[in-house]
Design a protein around this ligand. Structure first.
Ligand code: FE
Ligand code: FE
Ligand code: ZN
Length: 292
């Protein structure tokens, strides 16, 4: 099983810091932002640090192809006023991934902010084509399934299919499933096999490059997007375990983006352990506070 969490990446410790954090959690995959998700300040990649990080990964049997970068939220390809900025920044982010040797970049498709679904989707297609037609990196952009908060797009298989079908460079586009977002967008994950079957028919399971494993604070179809710790939300432990251990998704990295306990203590080491044991611990959050 490939499992890990979101980890930090800062300008001083860079990739080496991220790997060290992932190892603390007992992870064999991880995800990071190349800088703060809300802004565009990005540091220059330190090659020396990177080499040390790769040696450390090799030593600990982390396959670097299971490490994922998340693009910042400020990219919105549907925002007319922001379009050229978003295209430019996404190109730079791909380049940064390429320098780092990262193969997968998760992207929120965009929010149409009142333009409507059709115009919004066409902006996303236009932007992605502009980025992918003018770059040639061995990096795949993974469109994340969204909850439908506000005017988010990428909330259904059909929307994602429409985008993907219109991308010229089809090899470099894929999908990142997010269990909290799927729940909040209206998918009953108790019947995840049915969802996966439909996904396979319309897009293809081979297009799934990453899965965000989160419980949800809200009910199905709430369009809220508030993550909850594993087993403490409305999706529940058993349903998430079934998704995590689904044979068809075996080789896809699973990334936790669950909230810190009391906004202070990272839960990932404990959640990963609980997932590996396949046994829900109702006292987990209290135990994390005690141990931290
Ligand atoms: Fe995301
Ligand atoms: Fe996510
Ligand atoms: Zn989310």
């Amino acid at each position: 099983m490939l499992i890990g969490s979101h980890v930090s990446f800062n300008k001083n410790s860079q990739l080496l810091g991220s790997v060290e954090e992932a190892l603390k959690y007992g992870a064999n995959a991880f995800m990071f932002y190349t800088g703060a998700p809300q802004n565009t300040n990005r540091c220059i990649i330190d090659k020396n640090n990177m080499n040390k990080a790769i040696i450390l990964m090799n030593k600990n049997y982390i396959d670097y192809s299971n490490v994922v970068v998340h693009a910042p939220y400020i990219i919105n390809l549907c925002n007319e006023n922001n379009f050229s900025f978003s295209v430019k920044f996404l190109k730079e982010e791909l380049k940064r991934c390429n320098i780092l040797g990262i193969k997968k970049l998760v992207l929120h498709p965009g929010s149409h902010i009142g333009l409507g679904e059709n115009i919004g989707l066409n902006y996303i297609i236009k932007g992605l084509n502009e980025v992918l037609d003018n770059t040639n990196y061995d990096v795949t952009i993974l469109l994340e399934t969204m909850s439908g908060k506000g005017t988010e797009l990428g909330t259904s298989i059909n929307q994602l299919k429409y985008i993907i079908d219109n991308i010229h460079d089809n090899k470099h586009i894929g999908v990142c499933l997010d269990t909290c977002h799927l729940n909040d967008s209206g998918i009953n994950l108790e019947y995840f096999d049915d969802y996966l079957e439909e996904f396979d028919k319309l897009i293809g399971i081979n297009k799934i490059g990453c899965i965000h494993i989160n419980d949800s604070k809200n009910s199905i179809n709430s369009h809220k997007d508030r993550h909850e710790n594993i087993g403490f939300g409305t999706i529940g432990f058993n349903t998430l375990i079934k998704i995590i251990y689904n044979k068809k998704l075996e080789n896809i990295p699973k990334i936790l983006e669950t909230p810190y306990v009391d906004k202070l203590y990272p839960p990932y080491k404990y959640e990963i352990e609980m997932i590996r044991n396949k046994k829900f611990n109702n006292n987990l959050l209290d135990e994390i506070k005690k141990h931290s």
